[in-house]
Design a binder for this molecule. Structure first.
Ligand SMILES: [Zn+2]
Length: 312
């Protein structure tokens, strides 16, 4: 394990220095100019901040606390200017709270790769992979340790009904320990893997949206308190055509997913009990990308973002 850390550290340092200072500065400058932006390159939030803010929402709320987290897999921050500043899900949600620059990979860029399994495991546990007490998922293909537990399991231990909606089958094995723990203890956690059939296979993200909308439409008995979901088309388009705002298919994937997120948020706001509920709504991503991939520590891969309907 020590040797792996050493090699990864060398790779990290090399990758961090790969993008010129000028390009990094203009990348951040564009991010800092986004609508409702509340921080800067020097005050970026950390991906590990998401768990504490969700847990404190449930602890501090004076009404019935609820939370929804929608993720656009592999969505670079410089793709967001293509969204409508007023009507898009990302920015209309941020208009009620704020939009924030965030980073993944760890403070020094060496605590985990900028890949999907590490990114979401950090978003779900509030720890980096290789920090003291970390989750251990520094790359894809690894199993999360027993501790730290995911936020949906921790909330379920407090009696809240939680649901994770996803398409990628690997999440079943990454979080297998939590799944077994929840089942053994009879916790109200749902692992809702979407498996589209027939025509729906043409657009798995749309199928996922329908399942999320159905789940959030349940009121009263069986209703959910916390739901998180992951759309994948941005990441898929990035791998096929390039993680770049210059790639039309990458931009189209964002516009499509954002439309799905808008419908999901409308569903929440149309709940007959919405006024008596206290919804924290977040939209975020797991990592950025560069050329046809991601995993290293360039500014394009490390920089992520979060839209919140509450000031953070
Ligand atoms: Zn990817």
């Amino acid at each position: 394990m020590k040797k792996i850390h050493f090699i990864e550290t060398i790779v990290c340092v090399l990758m961090l220095s790969c993008v010129s200072a000028q390009k990094t500065a203009s990348y951040y400058a564009a991010a800092e100019a986004l609508p409702y932006v509340k921080n800067s390159r020097d005050t970026q939030l950390k991906q590990t901040d998401i768990v504490p803010l969700i847990l404190s929402h449930f602890e501090d709320s004076e009404r019935r606390p609820k939370a929804l987290v929608i993720n656009y897999d592999g969505c670079r921050i410089d793709l967001l200017p293509f969204l409508d500043a007023e009507t898009s899900a990302v920015f209309s949600n941020a208009s009620d709270g704020g939009f924030y620059l965030m980073f993944t990979g760890g403070e020094d860029g060496c605590l985990q790769n900028t890949r999907t399994a590490p990114g979401f495991t950090t978003q779900f546990t509030g720890k980096w992979a290789l920090e003291e007490g970390g989750h251990g998922v520094f790359n894809n293909g690894l199993l999360k340790k027993d501790e730290p537990r995911t936020h949906f399991v921790r909330l379920a231990e407090k009696g809240y009904a939680t649901a994770f909606h996803f398409l990628w089958g690997a999440y079943g094995s990454i979080f297998a320990n939590d799944r077994r723990y929840a089942e053994k203890n009879g916790l109200p956690v749902e692992w809702n893997r979407c498996r589209p059939k027939g025509e729906a296979r043409k657009n798995p993200d749309e199928a996922l949206m329908r399942e999320v909308i159905d789940r959030l439409s349940v009121e009263g008995e069986g209703e959910v308190d916390f739901l998180t979901c992951i759309f994948e088309n941005t990441d898929l388009a990035g791998h096929h055509y390039g993680f770049s705002p210059d790639e039309e298919r990458y931009r189209e994937a964002l516009l499509e997913i954002d439309g799905y997120a808008r419908k999901i948020i409308e569903t929440v706001k149309n709940r007959s009990t919405y006024a008596s509920e206290d919804w924290l709504i977040l939209i975020s991503t797991d990592h950025g990308g560069r050329n046809l991939t991601h995993g290293a520590q360039s500014v394009y891969e490390r920089t992520i973002w979060i839209s919140s309907n509450r000031p953070l």
